[in-house]
Write a protein that binds this ligand. Structure first.
Ligand code: SF4
Ligand code: FES
Length: 246
């Protein structure tokens, strides 16, 4: 396939960015989207131009790093996958593909397609953990009975990879699907109960401090989430917050 790419180029956080056109040739339909980007970068390096900077790590849908907005959709046109799992067979010869960074005030662009998502780390640090006594008298987690329903729901919430597609997709740049998943993961399990009230209060407070918007129940986040995180997690977070407030 021969393709035209329109890519957001931005030198650094303080520079003004712009869309730049590139042509790539001989792209196999079996390549992943990131492999296609690698081909472009090799082309650019060969002619002495600066390669396009983009985030990636695992390239198998686990780490949540490959945050790109492709043809107006977070992680591109396919459902329930990350950019690194998107294959070029989704596109056809002669296509023009628009590639931008995730856009949100709380995710400032660092360079080209890389955004600063450390706001998510600070929300996690505010309460996305449990404190366990590791003195040697710790109760074995497997000895605590947990219903199948709670285990399944907690596991589903825990599949959130912190990619930020929910924020980039939301018209309000809300992080409630992410925070809802992180709160739910512990709220459903006995191990999460001791710090439950502080956790939800602190995480929601940090979310607001970071400048994320509110949820207005549009549901775009759930549609674009590569891990299928359900809006039920936002409802659970709201219930947890009300419980913590009384
Ligand atoms: S909720 Fe989904 S879209 Fe949002 S950070 Fe988690 S995995 Fe990504
Ligand atoms: S590179 Fe890890 S999820 Fe895409």
């Amino acid at each position: 396939m021969n393709l035209t790419l329109k890519i957001w180029r931005q030198k650094d956080a303080s520079s003004k960015g712009q869309m730049v056109d590139y042509n790539v040739t001989d792209i196999s339909e079996h390549m992943s989207f990131l492999e296609m980007m690698d081909v472009l970068n090799e082309q650019l390096i060969d002619v002495g131009e600066e390669p396009v900077v983009f985030d990636h790590d695992c390239r198998e849908g686990i780490c949540g790093m490959c945050s790109m907005y492709i043809n107006g959709q977070a992680h591109g046109p396919d459902r329930a996958i990350t950019t690194c799992q998107l294959h070029m067979r989704t596109f056809k010869d002669g296509d023009t593909i628009t590639i931008e960074p995730f856009r949100a005030a709380a995710f400032p662009v660092i360079k080209d397609l890389v955004v600063d998502r450390s706001a998510f780390e600070r929300i996690q640090q505010a309460g996305g953990y449990i404190s366990v006594n590791t003195s040697g008298n710790t109760q074995d987690a497997n000895a605590i009975p947990i219903s199948k329903y709670a285990a399944d729901e907690a596991m589903d919430a825990a599949t959130c990879i912190g990619c930020g597609a929910c924020v980039a997709t939301c018209k309000n740049s809300s992080a409630m699907l992410f925070v809802g998943a992180k709160v739910s993961q512990y709220a459903l399990l006995p191990q999460g109960q001791i710090e439950a009230a502080d956790r939800v209060r602190n995480m929601v407070e940090q979310m607001d401090l970071e400048g994320f918007g509110n949820c207005t129940n549009t549901g775009a986040c759930e549609v674009e989430c590569p891990k299928g995180i359900s809006l039920d997690n936002i409802a659970r977070m709201n219930r947890e917050l009300i419980k913590a407030s009384v």
